[in-house]
Ligand binder design. Structure first.
Ligand SMILES: Cc1ncc(COP(=O)(O)O)c(C=O)c1O
Length: 431
């Protein structure tokens, strides 16, 4: 059988269809929203010490449902994961000039939440099994100023949380888990997001379940829950009435979720297990197509963990094929595959490279209260940098409602490109 020419060289494209948009919203959400809108109470929060300080009926019902699903004592809804991370950093009592260790391989908000409180993000490297913070690198980056670790469960798989919590206990650090991409992922008998002192979920439009924008913080600590609620809702004007005497970081925001979003959230939560199980099933099917392709490593799922595949991450080793990633990605894209070859690399952002955040004079890094000297130079996270520059590839799994046949088509595009690797290699030698 003669092989079809690669689309890159003018042959027929493997994927000629638009995949359905991923859409977890259905009639249940429509009915729930309609009921709230008809009732006219679109939000019930009051930023004073009052029964309405905790928000309306739907917000509170959603929080009860979330804490019961995730088996955690407190759930505090917010208007985004970003807001939740900011509230979490404030709640743990960060002081200006403290250092917080964070991954460079995460969405920017995981690190900016630290800067908001005039603390300093310190990027530790990641490990390449799950792309999460490497406990060894965390420990290397601990200084006398380190107060906390912000760990992200990237792509839908939890970080090495037991090791990270052990390091935190040893050095008396708090841990915040950015669980935006990993709702319902399991980590050794618990849910990701519930292992750290505070976990923060995202309900933005791109996630497994969503409320348009939104987020939820979870904690088993009564005091942290109270501080999260205060920072969410104008803390400074509530502390007196509530009798709160610790004024540290009691700068309040309006991070409140509306009744409409909470009503949607209640319905979305009922679908979470089904939706994440389906992502995992599709990923398994894709693994079946990709396993064994030279130089390609399919996603790793650690023992006693589950992966919810917000992203389906791959590692490609060009030493096994002789063809650089760039060429493979071009060939896959020509076949109609929406593959990405980048994630984020936070220490390469201009804000960190130039240390310009609050104002224009290098604050907080240049402030008297900061006694350290953090570096954001190239080379501080060698593994993450190497993955970004040479080896990483990914498919977004919450972007389309793939059928089994769609997944088979994705697999076919990979297999076609791999079957003609020699052709791509020749191209490289031809220059
Ligand atoms: C890892 C991670 N952290 C934080 C966020 C911010 O979430 P939100 O858009 O809900 O503020 C995201 C969103 O994509 C994310 O993926």
């Amino acid at each position: 059988m003669t092989l079809a020419e690669l689309a890159l060289f003018g042959g027929p494209k493997t994927i000629n269809k638009e995949f359905l948009r991923y859409n977890p919203i259905g009639e249940e959400e429509v009915a729930a929203v309609t009921a709230v809108v008809r009732g006219g109470v679109l939000s019930k929060f009051l930023g004073t010490w009052d029964a309405d300080f905790f928000g309306g009926e739907k917000v509170q019902a959603f929080e009860r449902a979330w804490s019961s699903y995730f088996k955690v004592k407190h759930a505090v809804t917010v208007n985004s994961n970003t807001s939740g991370l900011i509230a979490a950093i404030g709640a743990i009592g960060i002081e200006p000039g403290d250092e917080v260790i964070v991954s460079p391989w995460t969405m920017s908000a995981s690190a900016t939440a630290i800067l908001v409180w005039n603390a300093v993000p310190v990027f530790a490297d990641i490990e390449e099994r799950t792309f999460n913070l490497d406990p060894v690198s965390i420990e290397k980056n601990i200084t006398p100023r380190t107060r906390a670790i912000m760990v992200t469960d990237i792509f839908g798989h939890a970080a090495e949380l037991d090791s990270i919590m052990a390091i935190a206990r040893k050095h008396k650090l708090k841990v915040i888990e950015d669980c935006a991409q990993a709702p319902a992922a399991r980590y050794r008998g618990r849910f990701a997001g519930t292992v750290a002192d505070i976990g923060v979920f995202s309900l933005n439009y791109h996630k497994h379940i969503h409320t348009g924008e939104g987020g939820v913080c979870v904690t088993n600590d009564d005091r942290l829950a109270e501080r999260l609620q205060l920072i969410r809702n104008h803390a400074e004007s509530v502390v007196e009435g509530k009798g709160v005497t610790d004024l540290s970081n009691m700068i309040g925001f309006n991070f409140r979720m509306t009744e409409i979003e909470a009503a949607i959230g209640i319905e979305q939560l009922k679908k979470l297990s089904r939706l994440t199980d389906e992502r995992a099933r599709l990923a398994q099917r894709l693994n079946g197509h990709l396993q064994g392709l030279a130089g390609l490593r399919v996603p790793v799922v650690e023992a006693d963990c589950t992966h919810v595949y917000y992203v389906y991450p791959l590692i490609y080793d060009d030493r096994e094929t002789g063809v650089p990633r760039e060429q493979i990605v071009k060939a896959l894209r020509a076949e109609g595959l929406a593959i990405s070859d980048r994630y984020v690399m936070l220490h390469r952002l201009p804000m960190y490279r130039q240390k310009i955040a609050h104002g224009s004079k290098g604050f907080p890094w240049s402030a008297d209260f900061y006694k350290g000297e953090v570096s954001y130079a190239e080379g501080i996270c060698p593994l993450a940098e190497d993955l970004q520059d040479r080896r990483f590839m990914a498919l977004a799994m919450c972007m389309h409602d793939y059928s089994d046949a769609d997944i088979d088509l994705l697999g076919e595009a990979f297999r076609k490109v791999w079957s003609q690797m020699a052709r791509l290699e020749q191209l490289k030698s031809a220059g």
